[in-house]
Design a protein around this ligand. Sequence first.
Ligand code: MN
Length: 232
Amino acid sequence: MTLLFNPLPPVLAPTSDGHEFPVRRLFCIGRNYAAHAREMGKDPDREPPFYFTKWAETVVPTGSTIAYPPLTQNYQFEAEMVVAIGKGGRNIPREAALEYVYGYATGLDMTRRDLQFEARDKGRPWSAGKNFEQASPLGLIHPVSEVGHLSSGSIRLTVNGEVRQDADLAELLWPVEDIIAHISQAYRLEAGDLIYTGTPAGVGAVASGDKITVSVAGLSDTRVTIGSPANA
Ligand code: MN
């Protein structure tokens, strides 16, 4: 038996201490900051956490220029803190959840907002709005041994140096341990999974040439430039 074509190599995310983290799956939390839920037209009042997924291959490293994607006139940034899962488990109790974290990173959940809203309002899946090439820029992963666990601290995003999102991780409606406990009831979490924990208020559109920086206190930045439209 021979392979019909070459399979994709694994997506490797660099860590701050010189290792490579093999990325398995991306889980993204929706409406995890109250002010952002409101700006999306929703009531955040203790809605249970919900998530959507993205392909591992949507991850691109900090420093990338990412193509302006097709089919959108409203391509938006979402600054997020990202949890890198270091070991697998199902039905993980909240009290043990942080033992499953390898480390933390900054990241972007780039979104074709017009397609997401069209799907949302028609009761369709969000995939076209969320899961497309280069949609998940990621900063260096910092191991817990270096930065500890992140439950508070500044999260902010600038476009061309202007502050557009500015919040604190303490505002997360569902903090990391709750998210891990909840997701692991639905799926067996595995080493290599990334959890994008949701974005604060202030999301907005970008254009080709814009430079985005995501900062979270204690972590290194994610920086991307919006390039020309994808054409290949
Ligand atoms: Mn998001």
